[in-house]
Design a protein around this ligand. Structure first.
Ligand code: ARG
Length: 590
């Protein structure tokens, strides 16, 4: 968009003044304070400093070579060398006109050369355990990232790395064979699996026999016993059915669901290779990767500081003393697979904050194992904080249990239905329910994406369903208003983009904000921060509301009428597209 055009013109001007300068950092960004202009660049100060030039003089020389008169008023130099750009109304109108002609929606798609292959590892619940609110964050954040990157033209591969292997299956197998209530299993499979798991787990703590029996079942499973394998498959299938029900409601899809067990065939050779390369070694009967001492202890993921402040080893275990591999071994194999089979340029792990040590170690050990491959891929642990109850403690039900995701979504829809029924008694019940579904699920997602992912947030029904303020309902409602005007005015909206005239301040404020959509999408995608997009949409909804309150649309005289209709249409399209990137539906009516 315009900041890109201004940026490339500015780079050309810098090159004209300093022919051998590296101009890759010379960028133009939206102005932090719009009273000084619409866009700004701070890049010349750094360029001047690097060459010991007077920054103001450099700015003056660059501006003399800068050719932006078709887009901006004369560029102003401020302070020690900031450049301020103020758009000409005609330039703004031209961008809107090209969007109205359908040439773009204020963002640029990646080309085949610039498109990246990004694997997103998210949701990843564990078999035989209900998905709880912790998984909701991963699911919602990961889905939003996938949607945004896809919109920007990247090749996205989503992979649900479900926990379908591990020691818990020994206990589950005992439970299945001795405690299972068939009827309960049919009604609520994961609930029943969870019940038998808990019962056996308690029994194991009390009687060593049960523990030994659970170990024996696990060994049988791992060595390919037909009966145990069949039961294990059934547990995965039943869990998957319930996971899929939740994903269906949330509108989340995965390209792959390669659980931990998928990687079993490669683990033995992987550990052997680590040992052969001198990266892992035997320690107390187990095999682990220790620090190689090349990093200062502070930034070495394989070292920890104890209470006395001394540094100790914190190795990555890749094989337990009983010969079994673990979560880390599987994750190394998974990483290798994603690079070799899918040619990933980037892998994003959307997993909670407590797993930071695991991913730091994983990325570090992978780098030592495959330095070449590691240099070609960007690995990101996009971690997130917890959901808290209104008491500031981890979010729980009244009885102190973890909140199940399915129950939470039911409650969201029910609460939204109450509001809709009250506001729109004229609609029939089915229509009310459909709006309530979009509003309720939208509210849960929006609240989850609203704050910086790394901070904890307090789960609040009242806040998330408030009709005013930074909520999904508010943005959805402004969308319906914009959309309705367009529908009502559409027969006369003969797309005459030349008719765009931005005379009122509320019109140009809205128009300028539309132009920042692409920049926001990029920022949200770069570091998995959908909160940028959420806040952008809220601002857009607010600016639209202000415009709509101040500027009549259908009752205005031409050419203002068409011009404003186009503005409404573009706003509705950006709001719809932006909400879609958050996985939130935009209702036609509310
Ligand atoms: N199943 C794990 C859990 O619930 C999350 C897996 C995340 N992905 C990964 N590649 N480790 O904690």
């Amino acid at each position: 968009m315009l900041h890109l055009i201004l940026g490339s013109r500015l780079r050309a001007a810098v090159t004209a003044v300093l022919p051998d300068a590296d101009v890759s950092d010379v960028l133009v960004r939206p102005a932090a304070d719009t009273q000084f202009g619409d866009y700004q660049s701070n890049a010349l100060m750094a360029a001047a400093k690097a060459r010991k030039l007077n920054p103001r003089q450099l700015a003056t020389d660059v501006v003399a070579k800068l050719d932006v008169a078709d887009l901006c008023e004369p560029v102003e130099i401020a302070g020690p060398g900031f450049l301020n750009f103020r758009l000409k109304p005609g330039a703004l109108a031209d961008v809107l006109a090209s969007a109205a002609r359908g040439e773009h929606l204020f963002f640029a798609k990646a080309t085949p050369e610039t498109a990246r292959t990004v694997v997103i590892d998210f949701s990843s619940p564990n078999v035989a355990k209900p998905m709880h609110v912790g998984h909701i964050r991963s699911t919602i954040l990961g889905d939003s990232l996938a949607r945004t990157l896809r919109l920007l033209g990247h090749r996205v591969i989503t992979d649900n790395h479900i926990g379908d292997w591990g020691t818990q299956f020994g206990m589950l197998l005992i439970g299945w064979k001795t405690l299972m209530d068939r009827a309960a299993l049919e009604r609520d499979p994961i609930g029943e699996l969870e019940r038998i798991y808990k019962a056996v787990n308690t029994a194991c703590k009390e009687t060593p026999d049960t523990l030994a029996a659970a170990r024996a079942e696990l060994v049988k499973l791992q060595s390919g016993d037909t009966e145990n394998l069949a039961i294990w498959h059934e547990m995965i299938r039943l869990s998957q059915v319930q996971f899929d029900a939740v994903y269906g409601r949330l509108g989340v899809q995965f390209d792959h669901t390669l659980g931990e067990s998928f990687y079993n065939p490669w683990l033995k050779a992987l550990v052997d290779d680590l040992v052969a390369k001198g990266i892992a070694r035997v320690s107390e009967g187990a095999i682990a990767v220790f620090s190689d001492g090349t990093l200062p202890p502070k930034s070495d993921p394989l070292r920890v500081q104890n209470r006395e402040g001394e540094w100790a080893d914190d190795p990555l275990l890749v094989q337990k003393s009983d010969g079994a591999s673990n979560y880390a071994t599987t994750d190394l194999a998974t990483l290798d697979h994603r690079l070799k089979e899918w040619g990933a340029d980037e892998i994003v792990y959307v997993v909670g904050g407590p797993q930071q040590p695991h991913f730091n170690k994983l990325f570090h050990v992978f780098h030592r194992w495959q330095p070449g491959a590691s240099a070609r891929v960007k690995l990101l642990h996009a971690w997130f904080g917890s959901i808290l109850g209104e008491d500031g403690k981890p979010f729980k039900t009244r009885s102190g249990d973890t909140v199940k995701l399915a129950d939470l979504l039911d409650e969201a829809e029910e609460r939204a239905l109450k509001v809709v029924a009250e506001k729109r008694p004229d609609l029939d019940p089915a229509a009310q329910r459909e709006i309530a579904r979009k509003v309720g699920l939208g509210a849960v997602k929006y609240q989850d994406l609203l704050s910086n992912r790394q901070s904890d947030y307090v789960f609040s029904w009242d806040k998330m369903l408030a009709l005013a303020g930074n909520t999904a309902v508010y943005v959805q409602y402004q969308f319906t208003r914009a959309n309705k005007v367009v529908r009502d005015g559409a027969p006369t909206l003969g797309l005459q983009p030349s008719a765009i005239r931005l005379t009122e301040p509320a019109e140009s404020a809205l128009a300028k904000h539309l132009l920042h959509f692409g920049l926001t999408l990029e920022a949200a995608a770069d570091d998995c921060r959908p909160n940028f997009l959420v806040n952008y949409l809220y601002e857009l909804a607010t600016l639209f509301s202000r415009f709509y309150d101040h500027c009549p649309v259908l009752k205005a005289e031409e050419p203002a009428r068409t011009s404003r209709l186009i503005l409404c249409d573009l706003t509705a399209r950006v709001l719809r597209q932006g909400l879609d990137c958050l996985g939130i539906e935009a209702p036609e009516v509310m």
